[in-house]
Design a protein around this ligand. Structure first.
Ligand code: PMT
Length: 322
């Protein structure tokens, strides 16, 4: 990667790089079972009998991937993302009638549980008389809402797949994307996960914990292949694809989002700046940019609500146009 004036110029990802990444990745644990669940979930929505315009499926990716430094991993490099965006967006997609495959980083925010305290089990519940479990009055409403909305929304419409490492994430994304091909334009990818740009290839990774006390650690990281163009070209060419661009410098944000739109042939790129990401995003499209803001006059309103409204509208137009 060449980095000049703060801009990255990625070479086009080659098929060889993609193949080499997957060939050298440790196989997914329970890969066959995950494939069966994904194919079952998507298959129900692919068959001609249910092939209606409204039978739409979105893959929401959420949270950051890790890059292990040791095969028996003690240390790793992480990518920032709390998973709030993905969890909130999943709720709004379900509300809009989508089926959702929620590809999320273990331990990050979950749909319908965003407003619960950090340690919900200990903070929300009390034990009375040594045996009866009750909800603490201060949290009753939040717990009731979380449980009832979750139950109503997920009946068969939400499939959750956890990941931790970049190896797991990219293998899962490929598996899901290939399964979703049969949906054609009814498939939507909403790629909010923060994915590692560099990784240590599995075969050159130390097996055991790297020992300290040997002086500075010298380690070479390979560039992770950008899978966005592969997704568009090969995995799910008819799907509507939305990627995200996170920057901390607003001066370069829109330029980079615009480059990603063109380079990876995305239908939309959602540009956000780290500190203001919960208040505002800018949706970059070929036909112009749309500023989407949280309604600050409404307590508890989030930016994901108007964002998903816009996306659902654009995805419907896309389905009609192809
Ligand atoms: O989770 P929250 O705390 O709520 O925050 C949400 C968010 C800020 C993480 C989210 O809105 C966001 O911007 N996610 C993408 C952040 C990011 O790291 O972007 P990037 O510049 O690394 O990647 C841009 C796009 O390329 C992403 O859609 C990613 O899926 C994709 N990518 C990245 C690296 C890689 N090797 N392959 C990829 O396909």
């Amino acid at each position: 990667m060449d980095v000049s004036n703060g801009f990255e110029f990625f070479e086009e990802t080659t098929n060889a790089e993609v193949e080499s990444f997957f060939d050298s990745s440790p196989p997914l644990k329970d890969g066959d079972e995950i494939r069966r669940r994904v194919e079952d979930f998507v298959g129900k929505r692919c068959s001609p009998a249910v092939n209606e315009r409204n039978n739409k499926v979105v893959c929401v990716t959420s949270g950051g991937t890790t890059v292990p430094l040791e095969q028996r991993c003690v240390r790793y490099i992480d990518n920032f993302s709390s998973g709030y965006r993905g969890a909130a967006s999943t709720e709004y997609f379900l509300k809009a009638g989508y089926s959702v495959i929620f590809l999320y980083r273990r331990g990050t925010y979950q749909p319908y549980c965003r407003d619960l305290p950090d340690d919900p089990l200990l903070e929300c519940f009390d034990v009375l008389d040594g045996s009866t479990v009750t909800v603490h009055p201060a949290h009753t409403e939040k717990v009731r809402t979380a449980i009832s909305e979750h139950r109503a929304a997920i009946r068969g419409a939400l499939l959750k797949l956890p990941f931790t490492t970049i190896f797991e994430y990219l293998q899962l994304l490929r598996l899901v994307a290939l399964s979703m091909r049969c949906l054609g334009s009814r498939a939507l990818f909403y790629l909010a996960a923060a994915v590692s740009d560099f990784y240590v290839p599995w075969e050159s990774m130390a097996e055991h914990k790297i020992q300290s006390g040997l002086g500075p650690l010298d380690m070479r990281l390979n560039q992770a292949p950008k899978m966005l163009s592969v997704l568009r070209k090969d995995w799910a060419p008819a799907a509507f694809c939305i990627s995200f661009k996170l920057e901390t410098d607003t001066m370069i944000l829109l330029k980079k989002a615009g480059s990603a739109l063109k380079k990876y042939k995305m239908h939309m790129v959602v540009a956000n700046e780290l500190l203001t990401r919960k208040d505002e995003v800018i949706v970059v499209t070929e036909s112009g940019n749309f500023v989407v803001q949280r309604d600050k006059t409404r307590p508890g309103a989030d930016v994901e609500s108007p964002l998903i409204e816009l996306i659902v509208d654009r995805h419907s137009s896309y389905i009609d146009s192809v």
